[in-house]
Design a protein around this ligand. Structure first.
Ligand code: NAP
Ligand code: MG
Length: 490
């Protein structure tokens, strides 16, 4: 009997393979203190108040962010109203030039913005670098192209801007959500007062410098920061012709209540609990990659995350086994490391919310699986997590966890899959994995979700409208439909 040979790899490196650290080293160029951006200049808040912005990577202070109060919000709206009188009348071709310029300047500083976004929000640098920043630039390019072709948005009819738009965005894709909001509003001829989320204001304020460098006329975009209270001041300001909000369903509902009867237009992009549905005839290995991307992209901080896996019973065991193997290869840790797959959780509050819901899953009888992984000591981290033995009534199957946590349920027939997938108050997105084209058509027709991906997941394009059904909100962002939400049509 031949002696057992030790593989050369193990002789050389031992049996523990570890990657060398690969930190991104570009300077994010973050100021120690920022100011509000109103009427084309940076100004201290009249409240004289600031709050600390921390990096979830290590809980270290990054910068001080101003808190805008009522008088600051008034100034921002006054500036936007004044700017609207000329920006709204500018020929579309001229507006387009500014948008092209903004897109190119963002591309020029892509690396710096990617590092800032990762430090401020916790997402892996490879995602900020390869997704957030290029997609933000793409949204400006796309809408720049529309600016002189607005007569085709609603052929045969007259489209005109609405006026001043109040916009509020969340913390999961700070720069990208800002681009989604600002680019179509400006292309259509509106002006803007926008507030980023409290935990991720830095790239918004860095973006203000790009607007200055692009020589955008003062007041066309005003960027004000602060917490929910500042958001509420934006929503309730009489000058706003429309409010465009992306965030949680709870806050979205309160905004809808506040605006009822005011005559203001409103679009809401809210939460989700998407079903990612795997049929037995699906290409299993591709589907496993799609499931991983669907839930672990951006630590699961994504409204359209495929957080409910519905897998056909005949292949459930095989899929779960492959998922566990794949989970073991995911690298969770320092978001600035180029090899990191799962970075830091955005804030200590969000980490607590995830921990709370995961505990509820355990308490309600689901079976948890987490691979062995060493998390950094400082900062906010959570390992990739799977739950099996999940029933539809459990909180982890119903509520948006907004973290790297996947709940796995099974089904037997396509009808059962549709019924389970639609059994949610949300309706933002869904995924279908199957070899059958006819099944894709049936599922995408019957699933009550704004976006249905087939044999892929989390694919975005500025030309493709995005938005929800039911408690996931209304209105669309991107594409021609997104522009219509920033226009009056006569
Ligand atoms: P959030 O708590 O609703 O906050 C969203 C934004 O609203 C933040 O800027 C927040 O400010 C502000 N805000 C809070 N209270 C407000 C109030 N009473 N009036 C006006 N503004 C107020 O949501 P989040 O936790 O940041 O984001 C996560 C949620 O966003 C998830 O539910 C996710 O599904 C959803 N989301 C949806 C989409 C989509 O396209 N459908 C995209 C991304 C995220 P502060 O941060 O300063 O409190
Ligand atoms: Mg932060």
């Amino acid at each position: 009997m031949p002696a057992k040979r030790t593989p050369v790899r193990e002789l050389l490196f031992g049996n523990l393979w570890e990657y060398d650290p690969a930190p991104e080293t570009a300077d994010p160029n973050i100021q120690s203190r920022y100011q509000l951006f109103i009427n084309g200049s940076f100004r201290a808040p009249l409240t004289k108040k600031y709050f600390d912005s921390l990096s979830p990577r290590n809980a270290a202070k990054l910068s001080e962010i101003p808190i805008a109060g009522k008088s600051d919000v008034d100034l921002a709206y006054q500036a936007a109203e004044k700017a609207f009188s000329s920006w709204g009348k500018l020929p579309g071709k001229e507006r387009g030039k500014y948008l092209y310029r903004i897109a190119r300047l963002l591309q020029d500083r892509a690396r710096e913005f990617a590092v800032a976004e990762t430090l401020d929000g916790g997402k892996p640098i490879k995602e900020a670098r390869d997704f957030d920043v290029p997609m933000a630039a793409a949204h400006f390019f796309y809408h720049a192209g529309w600016a002189d072709k607005l007569e085709y948005v609603a052929p045969g009819r007259q489209v005109s801007p609405l006026g001043v738009i109040g916009q509020i965005i969340p913390w999961n894709f700070p720069l990208l959500m800002m681009a989604w909001k600002i680019a179509p509003a400006l292309a259509m001829g509106n002006t803007v007062v926008i507030k980023p989320a409290e935990t991720t204001s830095i790239t918004a304020l860095k973006f203000a410098q790009i607007l200055l460098d692009a020589e955008l006329p003062p007041g066309v975009v005003n960027i004000i920061t602060g917490a929910g209270e500042t958001g509420s001041l934006i929503v309730n300001h009489p000058t706003a012709a429309k409010i465009a909000f992306t965030g949680s369903t709870v806050v979205g509902k309160s905004i809808q209540r506040a605006l009822a009867g005011s005559g203001k237009r409103l679009t809401l992009e809210l939460g989700g609990k998407a079903a990612n549905i795997i049929f037995e005839d699906a290409p299993i290995d591709q589907a496993v990659e799609g499931i991983i991307n669907g839930i672990f992209f951006n630590q699961g901080h994504i409204c359209c995350a495929g957080s409910r896996l519905l897998v056909q019973e005949s292949i459930a065991k095989q899929v779960c086994q492959k998922l566990k193997q794949r989970l073991a290869t995911l690298r969770t840790g320092d978001p600035l490391d180029k090899n990191t797959d799962i970075g830091a959780i955005n804030s200590s509050e969000q980490l607590k919310r995830i921990e709370h819901l995961v505990q509820a899953g355990i308490d309600e009888g689901a079976t948890i699986y987490q691979p062995a992984c060493q998390l950094p000591k400082n900062g906010y981290y959570f390992p990739p997590t799977l739950f099996t033995d999940v029933s539809q009534s459990q909180r982890i199957a119903k509520e948006e966890i907004f973290g790297p946590v996947l709940s796995i349920l099974t089904f037997r027939t396509p009808e059962e899959a549709i019924e389970k997938a639609n059994n949610t108050p949300y309706g933002l997105s869904a995924g279908v994995w199957t070899d059958k084209g006819s099944r894709i058509l049936k599922m995408s027709t019957e699933l009550k979700a704004g976006v249905v991906w087939a044999n892929t997941y989390n694919k975005f394009d500025p030309a493709s409208p995005f938005g929800g059904y039911k408690e996931s909100g209304f209105g669309r962002e991107g594409g021609m439909q997104g522009l219509l939400d920033y226009a009056t049509i006569d």
